[in-house]
Design a protein. Structure first.
Length: 220
């Protein structure tokens, strides 16, 4: 379970780096450092998943890692959402709007506040993952590095964060939000933000991507 959550966070980090969202928001190096750290931790997870049944300390370590991965995924979701909002504002204003949007991350007070908030969260989760990575050394876990399947990463991908996700039991929520976006929100002059809230690990990011790539939304 911890491996799946960490894999999702790593995929999301990779996607944000590939789309230059980290560079755009000023967190590119943070994203790369976190990606490297997670890759190092992930290499020991197969061994840890087996040892947790005989070693309670390893089981507790995996739970802490899974919780940290959920927190990181929520931070990445905030960054992706913020970048999409800025992109939307820029696209609505033509060339002038795009130029203005490219500068807003360093000039607009709201964006400065956002970057400050995310920087604090990024520092906190990095320290947390550093501690988890340091703690794993006492378990003498074996590192197993598996190659990525070819074609999994698409450097020119333009859809949101992860590709072709599967989510179960959220069809009703998805349909309600899609209906709202294409019927009610589309008639509003101002930018409409529809928040998806809940505890970490409930599939908020995946649900948002399903909506973002939904046929009715794309064609609207």
């Amino acid at each position: 379970m911890a491996e799946a959550v960490l894999e999702l966070a790593l995929d999301n980090l990779t996607s944000l780096i590939q789309k230059n969202i980290g560079l755009f928001l000023g967190f590119e190096q943070d994203f790369k450092n976190l990606s490297s750290l997670i890759t190092t931790i992930k290499a020991t997870l197969e061994d840890a998943e087996e040892k947790q049944f005989t070693d309670k300390a390893v089981k507790v370590w995996l739970l802490k890692l899974k919780d940290a991965a959920y927190v990181l995924d929520d931070i990445l979701d905030e960054c992706a959402t913020n970048a999409r909002e800025l992109e939307y504002r820029g696209s609505m204003g033509g060339l002038h709007g795009k130029l203005q949007s490219s500068c807003v991350s360093s000039l607009h007070p709201k964006q400065v506040a956002f970057r400050y908030k995310i920087a604090k969260k990024m520092k906190s989760i990095r320290e947390r993952l550093d501690e988890i990575a340091e703690e794993k050394t006492k378990f003498h876990l074996t590192e197993i590095v598996r190659e990525k399947r070819s074609g999994v990463l698409d450097w020119c991908q333009t859809t949101s964060i992860i590709s072709q996700p599967q989510v179960y039991g959220r069809d009703e929520d998805k349909d309600k939000i899609v209906d709202f976006l294409v019927r009610e929100a589309s008639g509003l002059e101002d930018l409409c933000v529809c928040p998806i809230v809940g505890l970490g690990g409930l599939g908020k990011t995946t649900l948002a991507q399903l909506i973002f790539n939904h046929e009715r939304v794309v064609q609207h």
